[in-house]
Design a protein. Structure first.
Length: 410
């Protein structure tokens, strides 16, 4: 049987158990001059470079002097959509806010128009390009939200595209139904009847196994805390795990709601209150922070990652890749933003893009760690150590990516 040995400079195993919370994020499990053995898509052996020389292998990859880590997990993206929104950039420069653009029928609603008009094939082809790019940046598992349909037909179209991508692409795609992403123009005066329509869709989504998670945008002018509570509770009753776009722009109390409903993750959290942070630290909800969005909204306001970690929360990082508030597939750039603006240490950052990100999409038992018996999702970096990635910013440091033990990039 085929055995592959990778000889490594610095190996981040991220070995451990469960999500990594608070203080624990400060220490990083690593081995210098290490090697790993891979067989049938799984990691079968981890040891020293010296020991590896004695093992007979069919293939050897020489990554001596280089950093090797688990494949990155991007736990919050809006992968499937049509069109783009570069015309909003000058508006932003003139001081028109994100929520004002949305109120005028632009923003999310302009992507909704484009997505409704696109065929399933067009959406698939476009999303595949974005997914290829994510893989090239070292991402082997990605969460993908719907939410640019806001009607039955188009939401299902987006979810089917995500499912097909999962089946056909090397990257694992975890699907989230975000039908409650905005109030579509035709329901402006009656958001509750729109939400009911989205609730009615849940049974079809379940039957066709089109999504594992349900998410809602809890924000001023979008959905209130009360509407979000009811919607997410219904989703839970129907057997979905839930997530929330919480306290992204205005501090409404979405963080507290996430804890109350037992969300797997609470995302954004820029305006999370002290009480919210306190509760988060005592819960099993992963805080998914999206500094790329804060950066791109340009208001200079970032999530309070320091208090979250110092109080004991499990923090993850994601791109929030979408055509409006964060048009980037580059999770490595997000790592730099986390260092500069969230004041996270390199050790905390690496936990946040591997193991904690995997827990944020219910993949903690499979992804985010390099351990014997686990699938071999691995990145080999053109970098000497883990600190180097957030430091040298704006470029792609990936040399090679393996998914399930197979070389898929490089
Ligand atoms: O996470 N806030 C809501 N959703 C996205 C933005 C979507 C868009 O602008 O198209 C976000 O920021
Ligand atoms: Fe988002």
């Amino acid at each position: 049987m085929d055995t592959l040995i990778i000889r490594i400079g610095q190996l981040l195993t991220m070995e451990g158990d469960g999500p990594v919370k608070g203080e624990q994020m400060k220490t990083i499990p690593l081995m210098e001059h290490a090697a790993i053995g891979i067989k049938d898509g799984l990691v079968v052996w981890i040891g020293s470079n010296e020991e590896a020389k004695k093992i007979s292998a069919n293939h050897i990859i020489d990554a001596e002097g280089k950093l090797v880590t688990p494949g990155l997990v991007d736990p919050h993206t809006h992968l499937v959509f049509a069109g783009s929104r570069e015309h909003e950039l000058p508006l932003k420069q003139q001081g028109v806010s994100y929520l004002d653009i949305l109120k005028q029928g632009g923003g999310i609603l302009s992507t909704v128009r484009a997505t409704r008009a696109a065929s399933e094939k067009e959406l698939y082809e476009k999303a595949r390009v974005h997914l290829d790019r994510m893989l090239s940046y070292g991402v082997t598992t990605v969460e993908a939200k719907s939410g640019y349909g806001l009607d039955v037909e188009t939401e299902l179209k987006q979810l089917r595209v995500a499912k097909r991508l999962h089946e056909t692409h090397d990257v694992e795609v975890v699907s989230t139904f975000l039908g409650a992403h905005a109030i579509p123009t035709e329901h402006q005066d009656n958001p509750d009847s729109f939400l009911q329509q989205m609730v009615d869709l849940l049974d079809v989504i379940k039957q066709e196994q089109l999504a594992e998670f349900v998410d809602i945008f809890c924000e001023t002018g979008v959905f209130t805390v009360e509407q979000s509570r009811i919607f997410l509770q219904k989703a839970k009753e129907k057997g979905f795990a839930v997530k929330i776009h919480a306290d992204e722009i205005d501090p409404l109390g979405g963080t507290e709601l996430a804890i109350e409903v037992g969300a797997v993750s609470a995302d954004h959290l820029v305006g999370a209150s002290e009480t919210g942070i306190h509760q988060l630290a005592r819960s099993n909800t992963v805080a998914v922070l999206l500094p790329g969005t804060s950066f791109y909204l340009g208001k200079g306001k970032y999530a309070n990652a320091r208090d979250m970690i110092d109080e004991g929360a499990a923090v993850a990082l994601a791109t929030d890749f979408n055509p409006g508030s964060s048009p980037t597939e580059n999770l490595q750039f997000i790592m730099t933003l986390a260092a500069l603006y969230l004041r996270m240490t390199p050790e905390e950052i690496w936990h946040a893009v591997t193991v904690n990100a995997a827990y944020a999409v219910n993949r903690g038992q499979e992804s985010g760690r390099i351990m014997v018996g686990r699938k071999a999702d691995i990145v080999i970096w053109d970098a000497p150590n883990y600190m180097y990635i957030p430091y040298h910013y704006g470029i792609n440091h990936v040399r090679m990516v393996l998914k399930n033990g197979k070389v898929v990039r490089g």
